[in-house]
Design a protein around this ligand. Structure first.
Ligand SMILES: Nc1ncnc2c1ncn2[C@@H]1O[C@H](COP(=O)(O)OP(=O)(O)O)[C@@H](O)[C@H]1O
Ligand SMILES: [Mg+2]
Length: 266
């Protein structure tokens, strides 16, 4: 029986590439023969929509076959797993009702650990090599749940003038959560939506490289450049590698996934 590694993608800044990175790193891992479970933790359902069309996704949201229902009712998560249609790759869908999750968690005993408990059986069965969780752009009790359920945190950072804004909050928040979840480690920051011609790309890299050099937060060597294939693939509810295997983004996400897998087993 193999061990399952749980990795979440979180950053309180919206639009930093969390859902895109979670979707495409997961797909790349699956193409490398790893068994992967994706979990959509965001009410915006972007990870669910990356694999299922609008109608199917809304069907999950309306029917109760989703993570929100499972968490609200403190259930074990196995019955909520859906096949994506791709080999080695399953997904637990989200719901638009996820917007009310903070309210639902408020009255629960040990409310920071509901997701971790829900995943216990899946982890102990060892049927997945990786579980990847997509977080919403918030820093509340639900994101604490996501961090407490994870072995590693990856922070996608957008290479934009405001990309680094608020990152200090994310680190502070993570440090606090680590007191509750001592097993949680920051795997690194991953730079996304890069345009190498823009000056702020260098600024972003230099900032993150200096954190890496100080040993505070590692930076992935692979960064993801802006590629129109990303949005086109999302429009078709497909990971970019399945949409266009020869695209630059597909190659970059595969390289990033390889770095992530190497790091996870260091
Ligand atoms: N490499 C990329 N090239 C072009 N567009 C991208 C790229 N990565 C993400 N995007 C787009 O940027 C937006 C935000 O990305 P997303 O992954 O949804 O961020 P988050 O989940 O952090 O809010 C989306 O519209 C997505 O299509
Ligand atoms: Mg998202």
């Amino acid at each position: 029986m193999s061990q399952t590694t749980v990795i979440c993608f979180a950053n309180n800044k919206g639009g930093s590439g969390k859902s895109t990175t979670c979707c495409n790193v997961g797909y790349s891992m699956a193409t490398e023969g790893k068994r992967v479970l994706l979990i959509d933790g965001d009410m915006q359902m972007n990870l669910t929509l990356s694999y299922f069309d609008d109608e199917t996704s809304l069907g999950f949201a309306k029917s109760g076959e989703n993570l929100y229902t499972a968490i609200k009712e403190q259930r074990e998560l196995t019955p909520y797993i859906r096949p994506t249609g791709y080999e080695n790759l399953d997904l637990i869908p989200s719901s638009t009702l996820m917007s009310g999750i903070e309210f639902d968690l408020f009255t629960k005993w040990q409310r920071e650990f509901i997701l971790r408990q829900g995943l216990e059986k899946i982890r102990s069965q060892g049927s997945y090599d990786y579980i990847l969780i997509d977080a919403p752009p918030t820093l509340g009790c639900w994101v604490i749940n996501i961090l407490c359920a994870s072995d590693f945190l990856i922070i996608p950072v957008e290479a934009s003038p405001w990309g680094l804004f608020g990152l200090a909050n994310m680190f502070e928040f993570t440090e606090k959560v680590q007191k509750m979840a001592p097993g949680l480690r920051i795997m690194g920051t991953a730079v996304t939506k890069v345009n190498e011609r823009k000056s702020y790309f260098r600024q972003t890299m230099e900032n993150l490289e200096s954190m890496d050099a100080q040993g505070t937060v590692p930076l992935f060597k692979t960064y993801i450049r802006v590629d129109s294939m990303i949005e086109r693939s999302q429009d078709e509810s497909m990971p970019v590698m399945a949409f266009k295997k020869t695209s630059r983004a597909a190659a970059e996400y595969l390289a990033l996934a390889k770095e992530v897998m190497e790091y996870a087993h260091r």
